[in-house]
Design a protein around this ligand. Structure first.
Ligand code: ZN
Ligand code: ZN
Length: 350
């Protein structure tokens, strides 16, 4: 399993970082917004509104977010473990199969096939292959003892495929490890964004349409009529699992990103979600330049009049536009300071 070595020599796997880095990012980024403090000229609602309209205290929000993050961390760790398990079993099986045939072309092709198939759990796959190769040192003395490159050059086409597997998976050969081009990474991020947005749009919208789900689950998030950064993930734990954990797992699996890439993807998605709830319209905010889905756009959804609109989250506004739930807004100066996001078309009452 690939990982990153910490300062004290403890190695943390990419899977662990993929689970915990977004939690750290969440509190760090929302902490910055807390430190920025009184930016009354850039708020989307006044402090008075925040105190009067919100239906939950800040301490309860912190507790709720921590509970949700704990539940999600446990479930995400289990998902990673379960996802890696069958692949390891398959690889072990393939290795044994290769042993029987003296590691001939079928065994090696089978390994290569699973290797390609398991793009999203490459690290675990590599670990298994390397383990098996070490166990089979007698069969592969040159791989285990000799320089891998010599092995490729000195062997025929059959062993080249195997060497490809071995070398790409070798932790001791960092130059060859994790050779993922930026284009591939960009494609995986884009696919991940589309999958996450699609999942979240339909689940989110359904949580509003289904009165039971709204009353017992999603209304918790809407207790914050005036959102603020560290309230971004103030959700019922079931909502956290359904929207974020399942959505995250789907975007991870469909995009084929590596666990290491997922650390950055999920951290980025977390930053975006926190920013969308920051309650501020700060000049030069990069998220506002890059995305139409931003703090003002999502603020509309948090208002009573807006909860049939702007379901899209966290990245694009695509599904709202396609399915007619897009509510454009204009940013007006609030006479009491700051701004106000006002819907710029008629909205339907209940
Ligand atoms: Zn909602
Ligand atoms: Zn929200």
């Amino acid at each position: 399993m690939l990982g990153i070595e910490m300062m004290n020599g403890v190695k943390v796997s990419d899977e662990m970082l993929g689970t915990f880095a977004p939690i750290i990012v969440y509190w760090l980024y929302s902490g910055i917004y807390v430190l920025l403090g009184s930016l009354d000229d850039y708020r989307l609602h006044t402090r008075k509104d925040e105190d009067e309209k919100n239906l939950v205290s800040k301490s309860d929000v912190v507790k709720g977010v921590l509970l949700q993050q704990a539940v999600q961390a446990v479930v995400a760790s289990l998902l990673f473990a379960i996802w890696n398990l069958p692949l390891c079993v398959l690889v072990e099986f393939a290795c044994e199969f290769g042993d029987l045939l003296g590691w001939d072309v079928i065994g090696i092709r089978l390994l290569k096939y699973f290797f390609d198939l398991s793009g999203c759990a490459l690290s675990s796959f590599r670990g298994c292959v390397l383990c098996s190769i070490q166990r089979n040192a007698a069969v592969f003395p040159s791989v285990v003892n000799g320089p891998s490159h010599d092995y490729i050059v000195g062997s025929g086409g059959l062993n080249l495929m195997l060497a490809e597997v071995v070398i790409t998976g070798s932790d001791s050969n960092p130059a060859h490890a994790q050779v993922t081009s930026l284009i591939v990474l960009a494609r995986q991020f884009l696919v991940g964004m589309m999958v996450l947005d699609t999942w979240q749009y339909f689940m989110h919208r359904y949580m509003h349409q289904n009165k039971f789900l709204y009353k017992h689950i999603h209304s918790q998030h809407h207790r914050l009529v005036v959102p603020y950064a560290f309230g971004a993930l103030y959700n019922h734990p079931i909502e956290g699992l359904l929207l974020d954990t399942v959505g995250g797992a789907l975007s991870f699996l469909v995009s084929g990103m590596s666990p290491r890439a997922s650390i950055f993807f999920f951290s980025f998605a977390t930053l975006k979600t926190v920013d969308d709830h920051c309650g501020l319209w700060l000049p030069g905010n990069l998220f506002h330049l890059l995305f139409r889905n931003n703090s003002a756009y999502h603020d509309i959804h948090h208002q009573l009049y807006g909860n049939k609109y702007n379901f899209s989250q966290p990245f694009l506004v695509m599904w709202d536009r396609i399915l007619g739930t897009y509510m454009p807004y204009s940013l007006e100066k609030n006479i009491n300071g700051g701004f106000e996001a006002r819907p710029s078309k008629e909205y339907k009452e209940d």
